[in-house]
Design a protein around this ligand. Structure first.
Ligand code: ARG
Length: 428
């Protein structure tokens, strides 16, 4: 190992890592700082990297690329990990890995490095993605291979070497941000019964403190948001506006116990105002423009994509092919969704589309009804046929006891029904 490109946030850990890598391995260290929005770019990173001994400090604004190549495909797919987490951190990792590999090639470096610990998902995402892109690169994670210093030790280490460190109060949480969301974990949040303290939130006001509700109209083209209230906006600006608006209305707080890739359950607090609003709006528009079968199939694709992304398998063939399906199925998802931001909720209150499959003359119960009521009888006759045959051959699932009719299911009758019974079953 001669030259390493280190993913550098500009925080204490990675600042110390610059010097540690040089001293430990005698390598040249080039830092790479990536702006993925949401306040991820800190002031003075270049200067700090150089003070820590980097030979060169790259700073790349990747907000557009992040949005177009990573965030939008997942919004189009409605991908939420375990139905809850909009994947903000998980989506940024493959992009950072891609840029690490690009800079390594340009710098003729033979290794890349990141500041992840050995317990989370992020290390897996970086390592797997880097090796998918360039199997010849070595990946070093100082925190995993001996740089285990406490916060105070890191501060001393930095002082001894004249490394400039950021003057931030030490947070009780481990936080990661980008324009799609803020992830907050550890500290008191590790007890899943404890309500998150106010200081766990930074992007959203408490829903009870939100001002009067407002409505916003979001226009989509091919499943991608393009305008707010009639203003056509570039991707990053659109997200930033919804971020501010949603945050001011307390929208986008997510309290989730999630299953990490490394096999443990972990409690996470997310704030994702723009993602929450856009996911709601996008699904509303899909309800109008996609067929019943596509909508059902898309739920499988959404779960699969979310899982692959969460697990760091962005650069797998399956991930690429699923994205291809999503892009194709989204071509008709164009139109507007109207969302009311009301004390923490993003409520869909309207949708319209020139490609709508909704036909008022078929749906109406009023005058102008074009639906053939008489044809329903024949349809039901055929549709219900298998159940009638089953009941005739295997017995009906309901029973008459004199005048009363009961539903019978012998299996369900034997399962514990109270918390006490269930607790007895696990302790026995
Ligand atoms: N649990 C989330 C994920 O795996 C967020 C991780 C955030 N990282 C952090 N250092 N707080 O995607």
């Amino acid at each position: 190992m001669n030259k390493v490109v280190l993913a550098y946030s500009g925080g204490l850990d990675t600042s110390v890592a610059v010097a540690w890598l040089r001293e430990q391995f005698g390598v040249e260290v080039v830092t790479l700082t990536i702006d993925v929005g949401g306040g991820s770019l800190r002031a003075g990173v270049e200067r700090r990297a150089m003070s820590a001994g980097a030979s060169k400090a790259y700073v790349i604004d990747a907000r557009d690329r992040f949005t177009t190549d990573f965030v939008w495909p997942h919004l189009q797919a409605n991908a939420l990990y375990q139905g809850a987490y909009p994947l903000a951190t998980a989506l940024a990792r493959p992009l950072i890995a891609q840029l690490l590999v690009e800079v390594a090639a340009r710098e003729s470096a033979d290794a890349v490095a990141h500041g992840c610990t050995g317990k989370g998902n992020d290390q897996v995402r970086f390592d797997v993605a880097v090796h998918a892109l360039d199997p010849g690169l070595e990946v070093v994670a100082p925190m995993r291979v001996g740089m285990g210093l406490s916060r105070d030790q890191e501060i001393d280490y930095a002082h001894e070497r004249g490394i400039e460190i950021p003057i931030t109060k030490s947070s009780p949480y481990s936080i990661d941000v980008n324009l799609w969301g803020r992830s907050c974990e550890t500290g008191v949040l590790e007890d899943p019964w404890v309500a998150p303290p106010a200081d766990a939130y930074e992007w959203t006001v408490a829903p009870s403190a939100a001002p009067d509700p407002v409505e916003v109209t979001i226009a989509f083209e091919g499943g991608i948001p393009v305008a707010l209230d009639g203003d056509r906006l570039p991707p990053v600006e659109l997200i930033e506006r919804l971020h501010a608006l949603g945050g001011a209305h307390g929208v986008g707080r997510i309290d989730h116990v999630e299953d990490r890739l490394v096999g443990i359950k972990s409690r996470e607090i997310y704030e994702a105002p723009a993602a929450t609003i856009l996911h709601a709006a996008h699904r509303a528009l899909e309800g109008l423009t996609l067929s019943k079968d596509t909508l059902r199939f898309d739920r499988l694709v959404a779960d699969e994509l979310a899982q692959l992304t969460y697990d760091g398998l962005w650069f797998s063939a399956l991930h690429r092919d699923l994205r291809g399906y999503v892009a194709s199925s989204q071509r008709v998802v164009s139109g507007d969704a109207r969302i009311r931001l009301d004390h923490g909720s993003a409520i869909v209150v309207g949708r319209r589309s020139p490609l709508s499959l909704y036909d008022k003359s078929l749906a109406t119960y009023d005058e102008g009804d074009a639906f053939d009521h008489a044809a329903a009888v024949g349809f039901i006759e055929i549709f219900g046929l298998p159940l009638r045959v089953e009941a005739a051959r295997h017995g009906a699932v309901g029973k008459h006891h004199g005048a009363a009719w009961t539903w019978t299911d012998p299996l369900l009758d034997s399962l514990p029904t109270t918390i006490e019974e269930a607790a007895g079953a696990t302790s026995a």
